[in-house]
Design a protein. Structure first.
Length: 409
């Protein structure tokens, strides 16, 4: 029995705490030395989210993914597919994830976690029939992930009453972002703390600058020593002058205007650069966070930016969600699968897309059913055949009649 006890202990016990993405840091907001940026600012998720640029980028990505229709489909004969309204998970994924959260709120929360911490974990709640009846999102502050000796992951969740419960990988849906070990996603806030820290420092500098009346407008120098009694008598007046932007020193009184402006320090330019840097971090076009200075808001320019946003920012996350949900909820051999509908994001490109389909069919390198498959539609009878080339059939009816007469002779 001692041998079996050792074997069980080997496969169930966790390894000692390891540095890297499995540490508690990834799921807590404690601002320790590791969270301190070179600018001297402690960068935490909460503090980063207070920046308008970070908040805007996270909202754009999260709300976009959450607002897209998510359907459960059933594969049919051939390449047909139909919405599986009768499947137990259709309502869960499309409308109501659990009693508290709608599907929109559940996906929005998951994307928020992925954007800020790199991981989103939800618990599977089984219904009476044994199938998954609800998906419960786990707050990152209540979650600790550890790697077991057998290589699997254990999800330790702190409940609302303070008790702790451990779940296996089969009990959760874990959507991870970019990862270096394939187990846990990296926190964008941690890896970009220098960029975010500089943005926070610039904003704090601006707040202090304008709290003192903008910039110092003048300098009042005292020509000679001033007694304590005199300083006390003028302290109230001096404080008023300082609040108005006047610098006061000792050694006589000599008033000098200051010509250094906030623009000379290129403060505004620095702020604009930080805004672009945050947008670059989250791969969000500037016009989507209400910055139009370096982009056009008219014509095809904005449509091109929107296409790039859908293709290079949103689509990778949709694939992450679809593949993880399909693997953890249906399995690879299932006839059911989930898929996002992105037609709403591409409505502005409907006409060019349909024109391209028409050219493909007319040029005979695409069949109508191939086009219908691209558009998410079922095939039709005769759709696998190329349409006849205009003028190819009965091109010369007179010759056909002459040939018929000759054959009769």
């Amino acid at each position: 029995m001692r041998v079996f006890t050792k074997i069980a202990k080997y496969f169930s016990s966790a390894e000692p705490e390891m540095p890297g993405p499995l540490e508690d840091y990834w799921y807590n907001d404690a601002a320790g030395p590791s969270a301190l940026a070179s600018s001297g600012v402690a960068v935490t998720v909460d503090r980063a989210l207070r920046q308008a640029a970070v908040m805007s980028c996270v909202k754009v990505r999260s709300e976009t993914v959450a607002s897209l229709p998510l359907h459960v489909y059933r594969r049919g004969p051939g390449d047909t597919q139909d919405k599986a309204y009768d499947h137990p998970l259709y309502h869960v994924l499309h409308s109501q994830a659990n009693r508290r959260h709608t599907s929109f709120e559940w996906r929005e929360f998951g994307m928020n976690c992925c954007c800020l911490r790199g991981n989103a974990v939800s618990l599977k709640q089984s219904g009476r029939r044994g199938s998954v009846s609800a998906l419960i999102p786990v707050p990152p502050s209540s979650l600790h992930i550890e790697k077991l000796r057998n290589g699997s992951l254990a999800y330790n969740v702190t409940m609302s009453n303070g008790s702790k419960k451990q779940y296996g990988e089969e009990d959760v849906i874990h959507i991870r972002g970019m990862s270096l070990d394939g187990l846990v996603g990296l926190s964008p806030i941690e890896y970009a703390r220098e960029t975010i820290g500089l943005t926070i420092s610039a904003e704090e500098h601006g707040a202090r600058f304008f709290r003192t009346g903008g910039r110092a407008t003048s300098h009042l120098k005292c020509m000679g020593k001033v007694s304590k009694e005199t300083k006390a008598a003028y302290s109230r007046r001096i404080s008023q002058m300082q609040a108005a932007g006047c610098i006061v020193t000792d050694e006589g009184f000599e008033w000098t205007p200051l010509s250094v402006t906030n623009e000379d320090m290129q403060f505004l330019e620095s702020r604009k650069f930080q805004l672009a840097d945050i947008a670059r971090l989250f791969r969000v076009p500037l016009h989507l966070i209400q910055e139009h200075e370096k982009s056009t808001s008219w014509g095809t320019g904005i449509e091109s930016f929107n296409r790039q946003f859908v293709t290079h920012t949103i689509r990778p996350w949709l694939v992450r969600w679809e593949q993880r949900l399909n693997a953890d909820l249906f399995g690879e051999d299932s006839d059911y699968f989930v898929e996002f509908n992105v037609d709403g994001l591409l409505r502005g490109d409907t006409l060019p897309r349909y024109q391209a389909h028409e050219i493909g069919i007319r040029s005979r390198f695409m069949t109508p059913n191939e086009v219908r498959k691209i558009e998410g539609l079922n095939p039709i009878d005769g759709g696998d055949d190329f349409p006849p080339i205009a003028g190819a059939v009965n091109a010369n009816p007179q010759n056909e009649k002459t040939q018929e007469v000759n054959d009769d002779d």
